[in-house]
Design a protein around this ligand. Sequence first.
Ligand code: IPM
Ligand code: MG
Length: 368
Amino acid sequence: MANPSILILAGDGIGPEVMAEVKKVITWMGVKRGVHFDVSEDLVGGCAYDVHGKPLADETMAKAQAVDAVLLGAVGGPKYDKLDFSVKPERGLLRLRKEMDLFSNLRPAQCFDALADFSSLKKEVVAGLDIVIVRELTSGVYFGEPRGIFKEGNERVGINTQRYTESEIARVARSAFELARKRSNKVCSMEKANVMESGILWREVVQEVHDREYPDVALTHMYADNGAMQLCRWPKQFDVIVTDNLFGDVLSDMAAMLTGSLGMLPSASLGNPMANGRPKALYEPVHGSAPDIAGQGKANPIACILSFAMALRYSFDLGEDATRLEKAVEKVLADGVRTADLMGPEGGKPVSTAEMGDAILAALDASL
Ligand code: IPM
Ligand code: MG
């Protein structure tokens, strides 16, 4: 049988630096675990614009459609801020999500014991936190038509449209309920049904899918603004949260910070199963390209490494190796290894991106 295939799109800013550490883990998997991947690489974001004049070439899109999993670093940077909207680095990422139909975006927010002091919230509020936000990723206001900046009389008007079909809501709801069954069997759905018709429909459809197919899962509904407040007040009341594209964008950044560092959080964007049974999938850290520290070896590679762990679990059925990798990260943190973003007030000497990667490899070795 052919090796499973991976397309690496390291992207801009710190993307290539953190991805270099993931490549070490991929190599380790071959040497030490006998699991070999066919790895190819290509460009996305600003670096693709520099070469092709657009943030994602058609050939790259075709490659992404053909592989078993895409690993993405980060896109964007100040150099590209003035580009026309249609060729901004972010458009490359949005095209991948849309054309691969990656409707279910899993964003876990897990607080590692060793980092419970790092949150801006009290330790008891975040210690042991382990929740997942399931964000709808291919529809809603990110893609709805009409959109644009138009002239109306003698002023301009900016328009975006929040649009959800029943089937779009139902499929992401299903993925949240399926995930909940593997966890604590609890889902909270968030929208603004008090002010938005799309929110009313969202609430109804999530409830219908629940009643018809997942009556065993405990389902609650919450307005998204209250949800934001509750996430700060007592995040441990949640397990799986399902929400739309825009609320999911905002709430997942918030949830990320609860854990102390945006540099820690992975994500998986999953679509429908392909012919080989694997879901269409793209894995990426939640953090961005961090241009302020790019090229300095300061970035924390953990979010990208944990994204690869999610790939092992969701694309390659290697749950044991995924757990092994997650445990290795936990071990390294417990040992006090820290990149600059994880330095507490007590100070100390931060390790570099590569040193963090090497420490994780050493912990992997020790796990065998
Ligand atoms: C995210 C990011 C993206 C989004 C940007 C880079 C387009 O913020 O993945 O959360 O808004 O979805
Ligand atoms: Mg975001």
